[in-house]
Write a protein that binds this ligand. Sequence first.
Ligand code: UD1
Length: 356
Amino acid sequence: MTKPTTVLITGGAGFIGSHTCVELLGHGYEVVVVDDYSNSSPRALDEVQKLAGRPLTAYQADLRDRGALDAVFAAHPIDAVIHFAAKKAVGESMRIPLDYFDINIGGTTSLLRTMRAHGVHKLVFSSSCTVYGSSDATLLGEDEPTAPTSPYARSKWVCEQLLADTCDRYSEFSAVSLRYFNPVGAHPSGRIGEDPRGVPNNVMPYMTQVAVGRLERLSVFGSDYPTPDGTAIRDYIHVVDVADGHRLAAERLDDAPGLRVFNLGTGVGASVLELVEAFSQACGKTLPYELTDRRPGDAIRAVADASKVAREWGWQPKYDLAAMCRDAWRFQTLNPAGYDRAAGPTNDSARTAQEV
Ligand code: UD1
């Protein structure tokens, strides 16, 4: 295992990206971020640097802009890349599929081309359990057949295929694809967390915004599923555990050639109503909710078989559902309106790629 020293994180200002920056800075890595801030705030990176007590370098750029990306690679001795930057809302992807293919697949292709041009051959890819589709399996293992059911899911699936093809063609390439389940929570400090633009699509940020008074009540999508309480079951995982998994993956890139796929989940399922109960405990008030129709396209159950990553890397999640709710709530109470976007990029954390 060779430890990379300088890691490029695409989408580093986003929810999982910002926590991964803290994790890497805390382990002594040099961190370079590329983010277009289309669904994130550069202020997250200010908080990252304060939390870690160390600086990083950030560039505002779209990954499809080869010239901008080229300049970033030319300016830093990058050893490995962790690639988060992508669009990620299932429902939105049904409305604007071409945007999803262009940004997610086009961005990944541009990144791989630039990596090759600069002799960088190690990549950790942010994938998702969404590639499994609506499987009936109790626990989803990595060998479960893939059956993506939305343009978002297909974009992740295609990226995995093109990573496999790239690794097949160029033997010096090694890649790890992490298929994670439902990342939630926030850094225990409450200084960085999930801050989606507009009305949240995902359940945890929706709940925190209800609890803080920005939204009226949670709609629980579907109460007639064949589950013990009738609501859908997911494998929620603390974002700090997900970030830890990415650091480990970056350190394991040299273990084997080619593309390797790992689930990141806890192996423990929680229903929407169990999550509401856990969150109500964490925030000290009963969360208002109503039972509504199912959301089209939702799986009944998506829980990881998390044994491969435990067996091969010794990785175990450290946080339980109560901690996920506690930390998500802390971030929301400390940042009731989210990051202050009005301030725009700050000089110490964000430069445009042209300024390189
Ligand atoms: C989905 C994808 C996941 C992707 C994520 C990104 C699947 C199986 N999973 O997660 O890979 O990374 O989107 O956006 O495609 N819920 C409510 N009310 C709400 C919101 C959600 O009841 O207002 C319920 C949903 O029906 C679901 C659970 O909460 O049962 C979790 O939903 P959500 O947080 O949106 O994540 P997924 O759809 O599971």
